[in-house]
Design a binder for this molecule. Structure first.
Ligand code: NOJ
Length: 506
């Protein structure tokens, strides 16, 4: 036995010294991502209607760290050619962007379609396709038409019908050229941060109630759009339709059974709430979490569980409605049943689960309080999801690192982060996970929601004080480009200058 262990240690040491280059498969899709409200600007141009971020930033500017807004943002509405030029400079296979619902349907309802909005997205898609860059389109990235919010937004079950009407307009207009559809970006952030807390518009703060109602209505809205695509468009247009969920890794702080259960509860409350109804074989909300919320609700005197149930018919309608699992992944946390426990509002989702979370101080820190470089966290998250949900097709639809607006263009911390993340992607591929693509967040600096312009995520820096919103590549842009070109990670690569060009064939 001892000898066997020794031999395997020797074998590991030996392979570590042999230079063994791991490659990304040729058909692996590399891209970058953005979202409408964060880059477009032109908030009231050419017939666009008001959305919840226009409303929030204009009526309540002090909730934004630098009191800024997305009125102009990176002004992508007026810079289609430059944006596509950056994609060509990097050699991207794909670009993930989102459609602004209120630019297409100004009031949110499908009785009035804004042709200028359709034209803008047509130009963008056509310009990308000229250079063989595949559009990956998010149909909803947090910018609900304000009129629909006034009618309750995701708390009103009619959202599913309004969303289906919008989806029809979108598939009709762009489905001839768009082959990868993402219905919703990050349901947790929409439902928890928007309805259950104060992290995002509409900052409703209906703690312990809003999140769960929104989660169910959003799942039905997603499923309606999926069935619509599947039944009426797929045969003709031949694309795929899925959803993107934020999946950071939550591992146990120690290997005790209590900590493992605490981590599982935290995973269920953070992503299971949105993934389980769609990707599990049984459908419906995660069981342990549902039991916990029902128990807590009863203790608190509610005559019903604050977490609604899916009927059998609804479960059937929602499960299996995603051709792929889009994952936005950034970081990890260690979860404990007994340590680092904080007090939370009663009732609330965090009080319902009652677990603590911890980030080791040695993990490199970004400019965002929630974002550190956690070891091999893509591998941990994706191998877990793959074994839980029968290894569906995955895309990493976002992954990225923030720094300070004053940081130099030589963004070595971001380079370190991306190299580590992509090593973790290679580990994930080696483990047999069905991962087909990877997108950085973000192509360029943009409006980081309540943090305004104080946290920068771009491979390209955007000068928000220049009228042209000049874009300049950071060192990380050159490193990403080299990884795409060679399909390998060379940790010794240093760009010879920060002058960007377009390579032949792009
Ligand atoms: C995820 C969101 O989808 C995106 O909008 C946001 O800017 C990034 N995370 C960074 O926080």
């Amino acid at each position: 036995m001892k000898l066997a262990v020794l031999l395997s240690v020797v074998a590991v040491c030996h392979t570590a010294t042999v230079k063994h280059e791991r490659r990304f498969p040729d058909d692996f899709i590399f891209g970058c991502a953005t979202a409408a409200y964060q880059v477009e600007g032109a908030w009231n141009e050419d017939g666009k209607g008001e959305n919840i971020w226009d409303y929030l930033t204009h009526t309540n500017p002090t909730v934004i760290r630098d009191q800024s807004n997305g009125d102009v943002a990176a002004d992508s509405y007026h810079h289609v050619e430059r944006d596509v030029e950056m994609m060509r400079e990097l050699g991207l296979d794909a670009y993930r962007f989102s459609l602004s619902w209120s630019r297409i349907l100004p009031t949110g309802f499908a009785n009035e379609v804004n042709q200028a909005g359709i034209n803008y997205y047509n130009n963008l898609i056509n310009e990308m396709l000229k250079y063989n860059i595949q559009p990956i389109v998010t149909m909803y990235h947090w910018d609900l038409p304000q009129r629909l919010q006034e009618l309750g937004g995701f708390i009103n079950p009619l959202i599913a019908d309004w969303y289906e009407d919008y989806a029809k307009v979108v598939f009709d207009n762009f489905g001839d050229r768009v082959k990868l559809w993402i219905t919703f970006n990050e349901p947790r952030e929409i439902c928890y941060e928007g309805y259950g807390a104060t992290g995002l518009a509409p900052i409703l703060n209906a703690t312990g109630v809003g999140t769960y109602i929104c989660a169910k209505n959003l799942a039905i809205a997603h499923a309606k759009a999926y069935h619509l695509y599947n039944n009426e468009y797929k045969a003709r247009q031949g694309g795929e339709c899925g959803i993107t969920i934020s999946v950071n890794w939550f591992g146990p702080l120690t290997d005790s059974e209590e900590d493992e259960f605490a981590a599982e509860l935290r995973r269920q409350a953070t992503w299971g709430l949105y993934a389980e109804p769609i990707f599990s074989a049984e459908g419906g909300f995660p069981k342990e979490l549902a039991a916990r919320v029902a128990e807590k609700s009863a203790e608190q005197g509610f005559p019903w569980s604050r977490m609604p149930e899916f009927t059998d018919e609804e479960k059937k309608f929602v499960r299996g409605t995603s051709d792929f699992f889009g994952v936005n992944h950034y970081t990890a946390f260690l979860v404990s049943a007994t340590k680092h426990i904080q007090q939370h509002a009663v009732p609330s989702l965090l009080d319902d689960i009652g677990v603590g979370s911890y980030v080791p101080p040695e993990w490199m820190k970004s400019a965002s309080s929630w974002l550190t470089l956690a070891p091999n966290s893509i591998y941990n998250a994706l191998t877990h999801l793959a074994s839980k949900y029968n290894n569906p097709v995955f895309y990493i639809t976002e992954n990225g690192w923030s720094n300070d607006p004053t940081a130099s263009l030589e963004d070595d911390d971001r380079v370190t982060y991306y190299r580590a993340a992509l090593e973790s992607v290679l580990n994930t591929l080696d483990a047999g996970v069905n991962l087909k693509g990877y997108m950085t967040w973000s192509l360029m600096d943009n409006f980081e929601w309540l943090k305004g312009y104080t946290e920068r995520f771009g491979l390209y820096e955007v000068d928000f004080s220049s009228p042209e919103r000049t874009r300049t590549p950071r060192k990380s842009a050159f490193v990403y480009k080299e990884i795409l070109r060679t399909r390998t990670i060379d940790n010794s690569y240093e760009p010879s200058s920060l002058i960007m060009t377009i390579d032949e064939g792009h």
